[in-house]
Design a binder for this molecule. Sequence first.
Ligand code: DGI
Ligand code: FE
Ligand code: FE
Ligand code: FE
Length: 188
Amino acid sequence: MQIDEAEQVIKEILPEKRFVHSVGVSETAGKLANRYGGDVYKARLAGMLHDIVKYFSDDELKALILRKPGTWSDCLKYSDKLWHAPAGAVYVQEKFAIDDPDILNAMIYHTTGHKEMTLLEKIIFLADYIEPNRSFPGVDTVREAAERDLNEAVRLELQKTIAYLVAKQQSVYPKTFEAYNDLVMKND
Ligand code: DGI
Ligand code: FE
Ligand code: FE
Ligand code: FE
């Protein structure tokens, strides 16, 4: 699938604001791939498609996840905000025959991360957070880190996300902690 085809598809499926976010993630992911020696095409495609099923119903998301079970399926026991990530990977596989495991895993883990992330997984995880339309508190610190050190930027994003969830008394998916611990311990 070409990038412009993917862009047309998500323009039809997603509301305007989410479409603009997806184009931002695609462009940011392409730049990060350039910077860190990743595959620019895979980064741009995964970035474009990562939120494709964001507005499907919980029942539809659950059905997609249950069709292709894996280690990520335990997200069904946690917040429904996590479900669109693995469900999107099943959807693009079935609908557009996208079978590249790099692209599928980058979509699966774009919300939570996990331990021992691949280069493309880190790129999509980070691009989702720092694309130009995002305005979380502290996002500029993560943007600056992303210019220098990919692992540091991903670790910072995980730190901020965990702190945010804890402050709001929300559950934190165990793989998010594992991703954080993995990067902190590698940095020791
Ligand atoms: O889909 P996006 O809005 O672009 O962003 P996303 O897929 O990274 O995150 C979706 C939501 O999931 C966001 O509100 C934060 C939340 N989230 C991220 N990690 C976790 C989480 N929620 C829980 N409960 N646990 C997590 O580990
Ligand atoms: Fe998402
Ligand atoms: Fe994210
Ligand atoms: Fe997103």
